[in-house]
Every structure is written in C-alpha cells, then in structure tokens.
Design a protein around this ligand. Structure first.
Ligand code: URA
Length: 437
C-alpha cells in the first residue's frame, strides 16, 4: 500500500477502507509513514472527516498497532476515566486514587498536553522523579498492590496514537471528532478496560466549543467504545472557564494536594470528580447507581483514603516517599510571580479558556514543537471564576513565569481573556450538562 494514495483519497473527501486505515496505523507505529505524511493525514481528517465506519476502523487499527492488555477476572473490577481535554482539569489525579480507595482497579493510560490543553502526564512529572513510563509488568504489579497507576502509553500500547498525538499537538489538528475518538479509545481499548467513563468537555477551553459538537463527540465515543465491548458512559461537562483555579503543571498538582489534604477545596473540581467517579463506580458494579457512587468518592476524598493511595502511587512511581506531608517543599516554584489585578470594577462575565491555555503554553508549560521541554513550575493560579465581582485592584490571577518578559506576555493574554462587565452574569455556568450512555 502507498501512503500517498490514502492521503489523496482523504484529501478528495473519500473515506479510506478499513484495510487502508489499518495499514496507515501500522505505518505510524513502525515508521513506514513519515512525519510529513502523518501531519497531512491529520489535517485531511480534520478538514474532510471520516465515515462512521472509517472512524471505527481507525480506532481499532490504532488499538491493534501495539499490545492489547488482558486482565484476569476475579480481582478488583477494572474501570477508568478519560477527559477530552481542558484547562485546569486535574480530575484524573484525584479520581484514580479515589476510585482505588473505593475498591476499583484503575490502570489509567494518560496523555501529555495537547494543543492549548494540559496533560495528566506532564502534571505528574512536575513531581520530582515521578516516572510515567512503566513496563507492563510494573503496571500490573502496581495495580495489584495499590489499585491505581497513571502511566503513558508505552511503546507497546497504541504506539500509533503516541506518534499521531505528538504530531497533532503541533500541527493544529486536534479538533476532530474522528481523531479524538480514535486517540482516546485506541489507548483505552488497548488497556483492556471493561468499563470507562468519559468526560466530554465543551466551551471556550475545550476542543469542542459548542454543546452540539460535544454531544456528537460523546455519541461517537460512547458508540465506538460500547461497540468494541467496553461498557462506557459519558458526561458532558462545562469548560467555559478553567475547572480548577489554576492552570499549569505543578500548580495543578498543588490544587490536587490541597483538595486531597482538605486544606482548600475547589468546589467545581470536587463536584466533577464525584460525578465522574460515581458513574465509574456504578459501571464497575461497585455502587448501585451513580449518585451513591458519587457519595463513596466524596467519602474517600474526605476521609483521607484517596490521599493515602495518591501518596502510595507517587512513591511507587519513583516520586518522593514523603510527598503527602512535604508536597509544598517538593514541587518546583517559578522565579517570577506576578499578581494581575483588575484595572476597573466589574463582574467576570466570560473567560477565553483557549487563550488562557495558550498563555500557559507560551510560558513554557506546554510544547510549541514536538519534543520541547516543559517548565513544570510556570502557569496561572488563583484564577477568578465567572461571576466574581471584582473591585479595582482585586486579583484576577497570579502569573508564574520564568522571566519578566514571559510574565508581560502572559499578563496581556490574561487581560485579553477575561471579560469584565458592569452587571452580574444572569446564570451560573452549569457544570454537568448531559449524560450519554
Ligand atoms: N485526549 C486524548 O487522549 N486524545 C485526544 O485527541 C484528545 C484528548
């Protein structure tokens, strides 16, 4: 087969056959497809789309581009959660240990930052020495001992996604229902999951800007996953503003630690974690329904059992043994810390999450080019949520930067992203919009 013929088909609006997509996915994994061809493929799919059959074929081919895990029946029920990506979304860091504390096994294969959004692996790697690249043997042992692990898709798991993901990150080719579905589900199906809950985000900080697009993505994901034998439900959640009040790798780990240790609880993050966790426990058969599952998750967050598992996971994956007690000393801090304050009175009426995400990338918290090194300390904290009544001089957020020039650039981006109005917004942004199952 010839990559050019497949690309020409796509360019001209025809969906390639399952065999052709299978060949392309294998070529991504084994190097037969070049970077230029991978970029052209991603752009053509964004522009032209695949047929439904093509989307399913690409997903399964990317799953089969590497090793597919199988789990022995009879142990803890296996379940996972995945988000389509957003700003300040550190739910996975809370949810994996909370689910494990509730009796589930969570082999969470996560991604890095993509486009303007942050990535769970990059956040965890802000913890000194934390290893996300575990072998399959180590992953299985950790799931057995602790109940959860958050890892990268190794060379063995969905290698086609690993390659295409890195190409999409830097070529403006993320926003595609077909590519997002194939990317997320190739990893999740390769992890051998019997059950999965999906957080499909929409709004200014998400890849899907409208509820209609998010619904279409949720249906594609849920249909494809259930069709492949993974019991899956999706919640469509709000991303019209950052989920937590920080965006940036170490800064989001700080938010997670504050929540796990109870020193400061971010309500939207807490509510999203409980809602998604409730669905996951119900899918795994560990709760009668999503509402009672959510109550179990809240209990695990409140009583310290989720924190305990988080500490064990950090230690097992090479991080500091005393992270639970000493996290403020262990996380990196930026050299320039600048408070951005309101230059007039006004209510925060809208936030351009995409612009905030790009500001974090520009600070060095994400990648501009494949292989760029991330600065884990930079980002934005204390982000004022929608509805805040700011008086002149009150804090909009704090910029954490490596240089004064980078802080200047981030300050301009934040001021452009925040819309202040004289009157309060009429309705508070709803967090959970719909459930698709
Ligand atoms: N998360 C993924 O793993 N892939 C995407 O394409 C988007 C979010």
């Amino acid at each position: 087969m010839d990559a050019r013929a497949i690309l020409v088909k796509l360019r001209d609006g025809h969906s390639p056959s399952a065999e052709e997509l299978g060949w392309f996915a294998r070529g991504l994994a084994d190097g037969a497809v070049s970077d230029a061809q991978a970029g052209a493929f991603a752009m053509a799919v964004v522009q032209r789309g695949l047929s439904e059959a093509g989307r399913v074929a690409l997903t399964l081919a990317m799953r089969d581009s590497g090793h597919v895990l199988a789990w022995k029946a009879g142990g803890r029920p296996i379940v996972d959660k995945h988000s389509t990506g957003g700003i300040g979304d550190c739910t996975s860091l809370l949810l994996a240990p909370a689910l494990a504390a509730c009796g589930a096994a969570v082999p969470m294969i996560s991604g890095r930052g993509l486009g303007h959004t942050g990535g769970t692996l990059d956040k965890l790697e802000s913890i000194p020495s934390f290893r996300t690249g575990l072998s399959e043997v180590a992953l299985r042992a950790q799931i057995q001992d602790i109940g959860c692990a958050i890892v990268s898709a190794s060379g063995e798991i969905a290698p086609a996604d690993r390659r295409l993901y890195a190409v999409r990150d830097v070529t403006g080719t993320v926003e595609s229902i077909d590519l997002i579905t194939a990317s997320i589900l190739s990893k999740k199906l390769a992890a051998g999951l019997p059950a999965l809950v999906l957080d499909v985000k929409f709004g200014s900080g998400a890849f899907m800007k409208s509820l209609g697009d998010a619904r279409a993505l949720a249906r594609a994901l849920v249909g494809t996953a259930n069709g492949a034998g993974c019991k899956t439900a999706a919640l469509i959640t709000d991303m019209s503003q950052p989920l937590a009040d920080a965006a940036g790798n170490a800064l989001e780990v700080m938010v997670v630690m504050e929540t796990l240790t109870g020193s400061n609880v971010n309500t939207r993050l807490w509510d999203a974690t409980c809602a998604l966790g409730g669905e996951a426990l119900a899918l795994a058969g560990l709760a009668d329904n999503a509402a009672s599952g959510a109550a179990h998750i809240a209990q695990a967050l409140e009583d310290g059992s989720a924190a305990e598992v988080f500490g064990q996971m950090v230690a097992a994956q090479g991080g500091p043994l005393d992270f639970l007690d000493r996290w403020p000393d262990r996380l990196p801090a930026a050299t320039v810390i600048r408070a951005i304050t309101a230059d007039r009175q006004g209510y925060v009426s809208a936030i351009d999450g995409h612009a905030l995400g790009l500001a974090v990338v520009a600070l060095g918290g994400g990648r501009q080019r494949e292989g760029d090194r991330i600065n884990p300390a930079v980002g934005l904290s204390n982000l004022a949520p929608i509805g805040t009544d700011l008086t002149r001089g009150e804090l909009i957020c704090v910029v954490h930067a490596a240089t004064e020039a980078a802080a200047d650039q981030a300050e301009a981006a934040v001021r452009g992203a925040y819309v202040l109005r004289d009157t309060a917004p009429k309705t508070a942004a709803k967090l959970i919009h719909e459930r698709i199952a």
